[in-house]
Every structure is written in structure tokens, then in C-alpha cells.
Design a protein around this ligand. Structure first.
Ligand SMILES: *[C@@H]1O[C@H](CO)[C@@H](O)[C@H](O)[C@H]1NC(C)=O
Length: 396
């Protein structure tokens, strides 16, 4: 190829990228990126999106048994939770799921067809009503039926299926079915440096123990209590005054809990290692030519799956992911060089906007070169069979 031709090609490619950028930000954005996040987005204008692995948290819900046990009252909760029941998606939660779907349709409109084509997408949920219902509401926004798939003229909806692994075999339910993970976390609680960090909160633990009449002694207890108050608020039950008085400290403790849940690479492996291994296996096969596999893979799951996946891809800053929060690991190709790589996009609020996060160790760039990403995250992957084995292996 002669040089002139190459240069001409590059100019065309850059123009194409700029066009994509303008399409994305039609108003109020100049070509010059004006903040850090725009800069990351701008960098992606010259890439092609090829595949995406998306984990989102279910929508707003009512409390579950474990949370209610943290603060027993003589309230008749069955009446209060009607018609949803316990640990169930509320109407607000369904709306949140729909927003997640609208966000995904917009973001991946060029990746998947408007028609529901079963080979293009895979959908997995955990074995909970709230994650299944969130998946259904999201899918209704992703796939409103085009004329060819409209089967009822009065309904702007078509059925789209999902898979749900058995509870005991589901690597996304490590929090419930991986005893070793919980043991490791207890170990982390007992580390001298963590004890030192918790010392200032001794008064808070005591106060909450007295007020609730239950044993509140580790960060997780406070986190459950925090969740209880959030979920009660979802159905219009206000937290007691004593709780509001110490709410800032409760929130601090929730953040500490989130920092401790991914304290070691073994914890990250147990939390999200199978998912990351699946993503690397699929993308690796694709790069080697196997493109006849789903391009969009959705996982309707829980807050600690969003956080865990973020930790695995090295973009996690301790916080509790909100209802509908969505993290995507995206395989991309540079238009100019043909180089493959990953980007991480996080919608902290259900429905977006999605913000591109720099992957730690990848030079602050949006696009992390494929091999570099694999090296950076090599301690975070685990096979399904090793995961199963390790989870049931006690530490001592
Ligand atoms: C790895 O990817 C290939 C190609 O998509 C697939 O056939 C295979 O089942 C995957 N292996 C695992 C362990 O997921």
C-alpha cells in the first residue's frame, strides 16, 4: 500500500470517529473534550464495539427476612408489604428495571438488532424473583416488538427468555453459597489494621445493639440494617429517629463493608472470577475468529455482583451499588490499528448515564489493550470447577 493511500485511509477513519462522536453528543459538546470523562469517551469514538458483558443490580425491593431480623418489631409486615411480599420488586423497582433496559437499548443499539434474534443475546439471572422480574422489565424495554414480531396488536411486548442456574451452583451467589468467601471476610474483619479502622465505631456498634435489641458487632450487621431502612423506605415506612441520628455513620460503615468485601485477590476471585473467566474465554474465542456467539450477555443480579465485577476489572471504588446500577465490560477494536481491548462503563444510577472508568494500571486510558488487561486481572480469574471446589474448602 502506498503511503498516500494509508494517510487517506487514516483521515477517513478519524473523520468516521468524529462523526460518531458528534452523533452521540449532538448539542452542547464541542469536539474538544472538556473534562476527564469526555476525554475517555472521545478516545472510544475511534473504536468499534464488538461484545459486552453487563451486570446490573435488580430494582427497588421490600426487605428480606435477614434484614428484618436485625430490627424485630411488632409491626405486621405482611400487611405492609402487600401486594409484593418480602424481598420483592416494587412498582418503582419495575420502573427501574425498565430504565436499565432503555439504557442498554440505547448503548447497544448498534450491537444488537431491533428484532429479538436469540443468537445475539444471552440473559442470565440469579434464582430470585426480584432479579428475574428486573430482567423481564429490562428486556421489555430492549425488545419492544418490531412489526415482524408483533403478536398482539394491543401489547407492545414480546416474550424474551432468560436462564437461571441452580442456586447451589450459581457462582454469582457466592455471598450465600460460598462458605469460604464468608470465612475469608471474617478473617479480614479480624486483621489488626481493620480492627484499628473499626475502633472509632465501637460506640456505634453498641448504640445499634441496644436500639435494635440484636447483636450488631461487625460491619455486615450495620450494612444489613442500612439495607433494612432503605427497603422499608421503598414502601413508605420511615426509619426511627435514632437511626436517622446516626445515619451518616451507618453509611460510612456500609462503605467500609464494601471495601472489605474485596480486600484480597482470593475474595475477588471467589466473588467474580468465574464471570471474568467466562468473559475472557468468549472474547478470546471471538478474536480468534469465533464470532457466532452472543454479542451481548446480560446478568441480572445483586449489588455485590456489580461491585465484585468492578473489583475484578479493577475499577471499583468502595461504595454500595444502587438499584439498577449497571457495569459493562466491553470488547472493542481500534479502527486505525485493528488492536483489541476492553473498556469499563458504569451507570451508577439505574438507567444511566454510563460513564467510562479507567482500568487501574492501564495508564488512565479508556481503552485497555487486550493482553495488558489479561495480565492485570490474571489473579482474578478462576474456572467454574475450581470455584466450586474452593468455595467448600474451609480455610483451616
Ligand atoms: C469458551 O468459549 C468457547 C467459544 O465460545 C465455548 O465453546 C466454550 O464452551 C467456553 N468454555 C467455557 C469454559 O466457558
Amino acid at each position: 500500500m502506498d503511503l498516500l493511500y494509508m494517510v487517506a485511509l487514516m483521515v477517513v477513519a478519524v473523520r468516521a470517529g468524529e462523526e460518531q462522536y458528534h452523533k452521540k453528543f449532538p448539542l452542547g459538546h464541542t469536539l474538544e473534550p472538556n473534562n476527564k470523562y469526555d476525554l475517555l469517551d472521545y478516545e472510544l469514538a475511534n473504536t468499534e464495539l464488538l461484545m459486552s458483558f453487563v451486570v446490573f443490580r435488580h430494582g427497588d425491593r421490600t426487605p428480606d427476612e435477614e434484614e428484618l431480623k436485625k430490627f424485630p418489631t411488632d409491626q405486621n409486615y405482611d400487611k405492609i408489604f402487600f401486594p409484593y411480599g418480602k424481598k420483592a420488586l416494587t412498582n418503582k423497582g419495575k420502573q427501574r428495571g425498565y430504565l436499565v433496559g432503555e439504557y442498554l437499548r440505547e448503548r447497544y443499539d448498534n450491537l444488537i438488532s431491533k428484532l429479538y434474534l436469540p443468537d445475539e443475546i444471552s440473559v442470565r439471572t440469579t434464582d430470585f424473583s426480584r432479579t428475574k422480574m428486573t430482567a423481564l422489565t429490562a428486556l421489555s424495554a430492549i425488545y419492544p416488538p418490531p412489526p415482524a414480531q408483533k403478536w398482539n396488536p394491543f401489547l407492545n411486548w414480546q416474550p424474551v427468555p432468560y436462564d437461571t442456574p441452580a442456586y447451589d451452583d450459581d457462582d454469582l451467589l457466592y455471598y450465600y453459597n460460598c462458605p469460604r468467601y464468608l470465612e475469608l471476610r471474617q478473617q479480614v474483619y479480624n486483621l489488626p489494621e481493620v480492627q484499628k479502622k473499626l475502633k472509632p465505631y465501637e460506640g456505634l456498634f453498641k448504640f445499634l445493639t441496644i436500639k435494635t435489641g440484636t447483636d450488631i458487632s461487625v460491619p455486615e450487621d450495620v450494612f444489613y440494617l442500612d439495607n433494612l431502612f432503605q427497603t422499608l423506605a421503598n414502601i413508605g415506612v420511615r426509619a426511627p429517629k435514632w437511626a436517622n441520628d446516626v445515619m451518616p455513620q451507618i453509611k460510612e460503615m456500609t462503605k467500609i463493608e464494601y471495601a472489605l468485601e474485596y480486600h484480597t485477590s482470593e475474595m475477588i476471585r471467589l466473588a467474580s472470577g468465574v464471570l471474568l473467566a467466562d468473559a475472557l474465554n468468549a472474547t478470546n474465542a471471538a478474536i480468534e475468529g469465533k464470532w457466532d456467539q452472543p454479542k451481548l450477555r446480560l446478568y441480572s443480579a445483586h449489588e455485590n455482583n456489580v461491585a465484585g465485577f468492578m473489583a475484578a476489572m479493577k475499577v471499583f471504588k468502595p461504595h454500595q451499588p444502587k438499584y439498577g446500577s449497571t457495569i459493562s465490560l466491553e470488547l472493542r477494536k481500534r479502527l486505525l490499528t485493528g488492536q483489541y481491548g476492553f473498556t469499563a462503563t458504569y451507570a451508577a444510577d439505574g438507567g444511566g448515564p454510563g460513564v467510562v472508568l479507567p482500568i487501574a494500571g492501564c495508564g488512565g486510558q479508556a481503552f485497555c489493550d487486550y493482553d495488558t488487561f489479561v495480565t492485570l486481572t490474571q489473579d482474578h480469574v478462576i474456572s467454574r470447577s475450581d470455584h466450586k471446589k474452593l468455595c467448600s474448602t474451609p480455610i483451616s
